[in-house]
Ligand binder design. Sequence first.
Ligand code: ATP
Ligand code: MG
Length: 392
Amino acid sequence: MLKAFGRGGFALKNFSQQAEDLRGTEIEKARAIAGIWLWLLMVPDVAFALCLVAGVWLAAQGELSVGGLVAFFATATVLRWPVESIGFLLSMTFDARTATDRYFDVLDAPNSITDPDRPVTLAAPPGRLAFEDVHFRYPDSPARFPDLLDGVNLVLQPGETMALVGLTGSGKSTLTALTTRLYDVTQGKVTLDGVDVRAFGREDLRGHLAMAFEDATLFSASVRDNVLLGRPEFAERSAAADAALEEALQVAQAGFVRDLPDGVDTLVGEEGMSLSGGQRQRIALARAVAAKPAVLVLDDPLSALDVDTESLVEAALREVLASTTALIVAHRPSTVTLADRVALLEDGRITAVGRHSELLRTNEHYRFVISSLEDEERRDATRQNAREEAAR
Ligand SMILES: Nc1ncnc2c1ncn2[C@@H]1O[C@H](COP(=O)(O)OP(=O)(O)OP(=O)(O)O)[C@@H](O)[C@H]1O
Ligand SMILES: [Mg+2]
């Protein structure tokens, strides 16, 4: 990044300055420690030397027996270490206290997203996802701002695929995060088959509903473990697990994993192999698909894919989506065409719901949003062509 912007020199200067400051502080610290150690070690030794001189003198005068002198030094030597170690222990207590304070800062942070006392369970997997007068604001947003979501009403019928479209920053990602209780609504409710999501146990809820995010996070684990994360029953290798893995990778067009050094057992994520944004997105998408949820929520899961791969993923997704209720945030007109209906998020509300062609005809704001998405897509395509040119 810095290289790309030609700011390497500036960053280096900044870094050198900070390194210089750190070096100064470290030297100062070493000086202080050396000073303390000097006194800590010198004072007892000097005292010992003075006692020895005084003792020898007293013994020579006959006021102290040689045995008494030896006994004194024997006792003093035994006691010296315990007394010194009290000093160490005291200084360690201060370190430990600071560390414990920070530890409890984290642990004591209240978690407002908790399981209800009597969680509801459903007999059959849910199909209908509804937002009923949903209001939401982030706790740290200034009071003068209106609610980010200001009365969202939207119903997804069982098996329906709904695309969510809106300008950037309109709150699409936030709305999807509410479904799986990454945040709780501040007013109104989100329901699955008419049951408030807050009435389910969290694990139960997240078993019904799987999500894939735009900025795909992979764990430091094999591709297999990353994809089958939502299927605890497949933690052991089995033919069924392999089949589920294959199917999910197929839907997400993640065949590239077979070319990795160890195939699906290649370690990816922070400590493993680095993958490109589009590759990570495809694995995250495979993870959501592999979970076989009743409701699938995808926050713009295809944004980093090139147009050709995207259409392949879409074709495969179409089959999965036929039987799944899905809410898909779309940043591309082509993703919108996957959906049965499209919902338009504007000023914190759903202002229009309908078929893509119908909304294009009747809704001014929808036309505006779609044309801005098309502009973006055109820019992406130009960039991609340039990359291909450069590769040739
Ligand atoms: N964790 C957070 N804390 C506080 N504010 C946030 C947080 N996440 C998002 N916001 C704010 O909420 C608003 C909506 O963000 P959100 O990510 O939902 O938009 P979006 O519609 O998904 O945008 P995009 O199309 O760019 O993905 C933004 O103004 C953002 O600054
Ligand atoms: Mg978003």
